[in-house]
Design a protein around this ligand. Structure first.
Ligand SMILES: Nc1nc2c(c(=O)[nH]1)N[C@H]1C(S)=C(S)[C@@H](COP(=O)(O)O)O[C@H]1N2
Ligand SMILES: [Mo]
Length: 552
């Protein structure tokens, strides 16, 4: 009996959570109202210890790889699916809990009100805390919206409970509702059928509830997805690279077909951050606030940054410190912005300022040492990628570029800069990742051109092998390829887009039939060889050599 009650409670809870999710999603895309499935998930990811979160991400990347996806494409969708599944599970658990509670003599309607209030408060506070959803609508509007929608959910749950419970439990103060009377009528007409009418009625009720839920869910989701369609994409705007030639167009080494594009198309650039959906920022209202140990506090608009400072363009390869050897969490594009030191000159850094803290709209933050940006004009506040304003996913309106560092040191969605006289841990440093996060030298085989045999003048047959090598801002001086246990042979290097991007390489291998293992390694521009010993991504970036087996 009680097991059945738990079962129906869970079922009804889950069934009601679907339309709730669709309606909340509609509110999110239409007016930036809180969306508890993502807010709760993001909040949990922020409060869990760094090791646990990292283990979770690792497990996700492993499963994606096992399923044949590249982490770059699928990571965000998986995160969102997990968040939605957890929310649904939460709805089912709450449903089961309430159905059990309401059978107790002391189970009353007041519990419903109390529980709704707790739900509203909990989801509302997490939304405010992650500061992601709250960015669109105000806090008050957010709480009102949550109160109405969650009260509707608990109310419908209660109604379903009464509808599914044949006799009001002892101590239940309410009179039978009209719904119960309807059931009696059905009782009469269906009484000749084999299953007891009550069972039939329960079943019919659940089917109807499911049908109504499904209808609302589908309608809600379709409307929301239509509204959401152009949220954050590059739209029809034309990237710089579509009508400009790349600086290394005359390079004498051509990429082997099958090597990744030298300039990553904007839509293919990997995305990593602590949010299920990017913070929405209104570019006209947004200001970059500069404070702390400065002569003049200021608030600069996007137009101020574009107009008052000479822009700088830099081809950049960005990588995530969580990128595995040969992984896809790396991309190259053309960044446009203003040198950080130029902007700070206007605010006037005080003598005692040694560090700058950067705070982002999603609660992410990092700290950069004064000497890093005073020495290097490439450290820049960036507002465009490939000639277009940053997309919502990649940090609109403003992010920073710091050469030679992994992405974890470089906040997107920057809102404020604060000059300080001491160093502080950044978001991921606090969670156990490396303090400096200097990019490791790394090299990858993208392709073994098995269908591109070249017969040379000396009648040897060769197969081109190609890929990338990168070592932050240190450049690449040498790439070598090894086949099976043979000698390491030098590859040819294509001149790169800039000194801060990856280098494409190619090697023509004298073909031999059979199965072979191909391995690659590089030396950075300062003469330091890539670390060959394997180490995991945590805490300071993966090391080890990339290899691939090919049957020829
Ligand atoms: N505000 C904010 N900035 C952030 C992050 C974040 O979670 N929040 N993630 C960082 C990490 S770990 C990486 S690898 C890069 C990724 O930038 P991309 O998503 O544009 O490729 O953003 C960095 N900047
Ligand atoms: Mo990252």
């Amino acid at each position: 009996m009680s097991r059945r009650r738990i079962g129906s409670g869970a079922l009804v809870g889950a069934v009601l959570t679907l339309p709730l999710t669709a309606v909340l999603f509609g509110g999110r895309v239409a007016s930036g109202l809180p969306f508890p499935p993502f807010d709760l998930f993001d909040w949990i990811a922020r409060v869990l210890p760094g090791g646990v979160v990292t283990a979770g991400i690792d497990a996700m990347v492993d499963s994606l790889r096992a399923l044949g996806f590249t982490a770059a494409d699928a990571a965000k969708s998986v995160e969102r699916s997990v968040a939605l599944a957890l929310f649904l599970l939460g709805g089912a658990l709450l449903g089961a809990g309430f159905f059990v509670l309401w059978r107790r003599p002391w189970g009353r309607r007041e519990h419903l009100i109390a529980a709704t209030a707790v739900l509203v408060l909990a989801t509302g506070l997490t939304a405010v805390d992650t500061a992601v959803s709250g960015a669109g609508a105000g806090v008050v509007a957010g709480f009102l919206w949550l109160s109405v929608s969650l009260a509707a959910w608990t109310g419908l749950l209660r109604w379903s409970f009464l509808r599914l419970t044949p006799t009001p439990p002892a101590g239940e103060p309410e009179a039978p509702t009209r719904a119960v009377e309807t059931r009696r009528e059905t009782h009469v007409t269906e009484s000749e059928r084999a299953p007891p009418a009550e069972v039939l009625d329960r079943r019919r009720f659940l089917v109807r509830l499911g049908g109504a839920s499904a209808a609302i869910t589908v309608v809600g989701a379709v409307v929301a997805l239509r509204l959401d369609r152009d949220g954050g994409g590059v739209g029809d705007a034309i990237p710089w690279s579509e009508n400009h030639r790349l600086p290394n167009r005359d390079a004498d080494v051509d990429p082997v077909p099958g090597t990744r594009p030298e300039l990553t198309p904007l839509g293919d650039h990997y995305q990593i951050d602590i949010n299920s959906t990017p913070p929405r920022i209104d570019g006209t209202e947004w200001r970059l606030r500069i404070g702390g140990l400065v002569e003049r506090e200021m608030a600069l608009s996007l137009d101020d940054l574009r107009r008052d400072f000479t822009p700088r363009h830099q081809f950049v390869t960005l990588s995530c410190i969580s990128n595995r050897i040969g992984g896809s969490l790396t991309g190259t594009t053309r960044w446009t912005g203003v040198p950080l030191r130029d902007v700070l000159r206007r605010a006037g850094l005080r003598e005692e300022a040694t560090h700058l803290r950067m705070d982002a709209a999603d609660g992410f933050y990092e700290v950069v040492a004064r000497e890093v940006f005073e020495r290097d004009g490439r450290v820049m506040l960036t507002y465009a990628w490939d000639g277009l304003p940053l997309t919502a996913a990649h940090g609109f309106p403003l992010r920073i570029y710091i050469p030679d560092r992994y992405g974890m040191k470089q906040p997107k969605w920057i809102e404020s800069l604060r000059a300080m006289d001491e160093w502080e841990e950044g978001y991921w440093v606090r969670r156990g990742w490396d303090r400096e996060a200097i990019m490791r030298a790394t090299s990858v085989i993208d392709t073994v051109g098995t269908d591109m045999m070249l017969t040379q003048a000396d009648s040897t047959t060769r197969i081109p092998i190609g890929g990338i090598a990168h070592a932050g801002a240190r450049g690449i001086s040498r790439v070598e390829v090894q086949v099976d246990d043979g000698p390491w042979e030098a590859a040819r290097l294509r001149s790169p887009l800039s000194e801060t991007t990856w280098v494409l390489w190619r090697y023509e291998w004298p073909f031999q039939e059979g199965e072979h293992t191909f391995r690659v390694r590089c030396v950075d521009g300062e003469g330091r060889p890539q670390v060959e010993e394997r180490s995991p991504v945590r805490p300071d970036g993966a090391t080890g050599l990339h290899e691939t087996d090919v049957m020829l």
